[in-house]
Design a protein around this ligand. Sequence first.
Ligand SMILES: Cc1ncc(C[n+]2csc(CCOP(=O)(O)OP(=O)(O)O)c2C)c(N)n1
Ligand SMILES: [Mg+2]
Length: 277
Amino acid sequence: MNLKALSYKLRKDVINIIVSGKGGHIGGDMSVMDALVALYFNIMDVTPENYASGKHDHFVMSKGHSVESLYAVLAEKGFFPLEQVLKEFSRFGTKFIGHPNNKLPGIEMNSGALGHGLPVAVGMALACRMDGSSSRVYTFMGDGELAEGSNWEGAMAAANYKLDNLCALIDRNRLQISGCTEDVMALDDLCAKWQAFGWHVISTKDGNDIAELTAAFEQAKQIKGKPTMIIANTIKGKGSPVMENKAGWHHHVPNDEEYRQIMQDLDAAYEEALKNG
Ligand SMILES: Cc1ncc(C[n+]2csc(CCOP(=O)(O)OP(=O)(O)O)c2C)c(N)n1
Ligand SMILES: [Mg+2]
């Protein structure tokens, strides 16, 4: 499968989900999509078939506001039909709400209140080890999310317990809800911070490059005695200049003209990926 092309097809699904539900965190959906595609299609052992057994790799979407990207990926994996997401997302009484909900197949943890994914993933990784399970635990966080102090308690605990079955990823798009992370709550030197907390750190050159991300996840599997943090240097709104690097597109529903332009850009990127793939 041409995963680069798939990532642009899934971005189009996300745009349609957001337009159908009249709301959504579009910018962070676009920046994290390539990491989700690399994880779900190259790395993680989890399918609709093995999910009920509990014997599979585990994922926590800590940056829960990017749920639309997770819905698109889980639909592509066959956990539920995309048509159902399009029909139900954000409508009254649905399970397809605006943040991850563990009543849905494929979603193990409710999230959305930032800062809880890593601490819970630490507990899941510890539980896997105590059960003698070889399953690995993954969690994706936002960079703005790191302002929550609970992350740093999780960071200490993961290193303390030498959780080499845990791999976290930061969607380092350098924007949060109201502007640049470095203006709102400065994070750099982010690599040095995680290293000081006892983690193996991989900083990607291009956090929207599926091959580079896949190599990073593979490297993490080889690391013994410590957890791994992948800092994915991404572009918020990746896929169309209409959305890219704009804080105002953190949560935004495209109007008709924006929608047409974004879909045209995503189609062009899809075709380009097919040609080069
Ligand atoms: C505890 C908590 N406080 C505030 C919010 C509101 N909120 C939703 S998204 C967001 C910004 C997150 O920025 P970042 O983690 O960088 O996400 P991304 O850029 O990947 O979309 C905030 C403050 C929240 N969801 N949870
Ligand atoms: Mg961010």
